[in-house]
Design a protein around this ligand. Structure first.
Ligand code: PXP
Length: 251
């Protein structure tokens, strides 16, 4: 039986990181580069199945107006990563993206570093999940491949989890990657048994993607840094198409 094709969500935050390095405070200027809506269109032309942005509390890369402009582009299925706060819930309810992924956020981290502690703040996550679902938004929780967190995600009522692949990616290609991959595999199986849709992301690149594709039941991969970095050499359309070709080989 053929497996359903794994979808590719492209996280474009680091294109915004590059723009903000020069145009912080003036990003709406006509000359501000790179232009994020043009970048998004090119990513879609390369075969991105979805576009992911993380509107951080400190607005270090993507800005509010970027998110609105990207959401309005034709053919964009937008996945908004955000912290579990009432201000972000208000933003999401207004925007109504196809999906929201709740992530932990701390000001010091360069990028999202650990998974959300769903078990430790079950009431808050459950309430936020309920509010977003009531607005017609699909809710995903970004968590480590940890049994307690996966079970808590199911209890919180989230239909989707995104498994944090960072520990595996950091260990790759040493032997220490194998137990991390095994943890991810067990997480995928448990999530499936609990009726959850399983996405995965963080640190996935053109080298470790082969190992990631051995994981069962994965619906979508969210990949940012590797694709945006490759785009500096090849352009985003080609960088996305190359990653997409790995995913379509599995179909
Ligand atoms: N998924 C989530 C929830 C993220 O926060 C990020 C960015 O840290 C990614 C996926 C993409 O990670 P990367 O940029 O390493 O591909």
């Amino acid at each position: 039986m053929t497996q359903p094709r794994i979808l590719l969500g492209v996280n474009i935050d680091h294109a915004a990181t590059l723009r903000q390095a020069r145009y912080r405070g003036t990003h709406t200027s006509l000359h501000a580069e790179p232009n994020l809506t043009a970048f998004t269109r090119e990513a879609l032309a390369g075969g991105a199945d979805g576009i992911t942005v993380h509107l951080r509390e400190d607005r270090r890369h993507i800005q509010d107006d970027d998110v609105h402009a990207i959401a309005q582009l034709t053919g964009v299925r937008l996945n908004l990563e955000m912290a579990c706060t009432s201000a972000m819930v208000d933003f999401a309810r207004q925007l109504r993206p196809a999906a929201v992924c709740l992530v932990p956020e701390s000001r010091e981290e360069v990028t999202t570093e650990g998974g959300l502690d769903v078990a430790g703040q079950l009431e808050r996550v459950t309430q936020t999940t309920r509010e977003l679902k009531a607005a017609g938004i699909e809710v995903s929780l970004f968590i480590g491949p940890d049994e307690t967190q996966i079970r808590a995600a199911a209890i919180a009522g989230a239909p989707v989890i995104e498994l944090h692949t960072g520990a595996f990616a950091n260990a790759w290609p040493t032997e220490a990657a194998a137990p991390e991959l095994a943890r991810l595999r067990a997480g995928c199986v448990l999530a499936r048994e609990l009726g959850l849709v399983v996405n995965a992301g963080h640190g996935i690149n053109y080298d470790n993607i082969g190992a990631i594709l051995t994981l069962p039941h994965v619906h979508e991969l969210n990949i940012g840094h590797a694709i945006v970095s490759r785009a500096l050499f090849t352009g985003i359309r080609s960088a996305v198409a190359e990653m997409k070709s790995h995913l379509t080989k599995t179909a």
